[in-house]
Design a protein around this ligand. Structure first.
Ligand code: SF4
Length: 191
């Protein structure tokens, strides 16, 4: 059986590789147990996108929201936020964007390459900051970005979680797993 990485891991791994391991451990439990305030706000903001129903919102019939995509070539799968079929535009929404981290690009590039592989043409890419209603234009990724993405995915697949140590305690302070994590004594700031 083939194994595929969730696209969300690509960003989580950039924040902290160990968060992926903890996500797997707690994945089968209620998210209320470990989701902290900012993450919940983001999830609520995403709820509209995930629960979009074409039948009840006919004015949005030219958009695809929250659909699953998969790339056999890259070995990744996940959901997109919004694909505009007429404009051939792909948008990844986040609750609030103050910095565009590399992990954000990996997520969007993955969605892009998966959609292309599935036969959807894409002419424009954007990040959208929900809270302040801002769009950020993203260049269409080239072969260079594809190779960077593939290297990142392989790095995750072969990562040694046992020997990992987190030296940036600021990350732990803002990590939803801090109270459950065996790699730090740091509590997060959301309690
Ligand atoms: S608490 Fe720290 S070490 Fe543990 S997953 Fe979060 S950021 Fe990583």
């Amino acid at each position: 059986m083939e194994t595929f990485l969730p696209i969300t891991y690509l960003n989580d791994f950039v924040f902290c590789p160990y968060s992926i391991y903890l996500h797997q451990v707690f994945d089968n439990n209620s998210e209320d147990l470990y989701s902290a305030k900012p993450q919940l706000q983001g999830k609520i903001a995403h709820k509209d996108i995930d629960e979009f129903d074409e039948d009840t919102e006919p004015t949005k019939e030219t958009t695809l929201k929250g659909i699953y995509v998969i790339s056999m070539k890259l070995g990744i799968y996940g959901k997109i936020d919004t694909y505009y079929t007429k404009e051939k535009k792909l948008v990844e929404s986040k609750y609030q964007i103050t910095t565009i981290y590399r992990g954000y690009y990996y997520q969007l590039w993955s969605q892009y390459f998966a959609l292309i592989e599935m036969g959807y043409p894409i002419h424009a890419l954007y990040f959208y900051s929900i809270r302040d209603e801002k769009y950020f234009d993203v260049p269409i990724p080239s072969e260079k970005e594809y190779n960077e993405l593939r290297t990142h995915i392989r790095h995750i697949a072969w990562f040694d979680f046992d020997t990992f140590t987190q030296t940036n305690l600021k990350k732990c302070m803002h990590c939803i797993y801090a109270s459950l994590c065996d790699k730090t004594q740091q509590d997060h700031v959301y309690t």
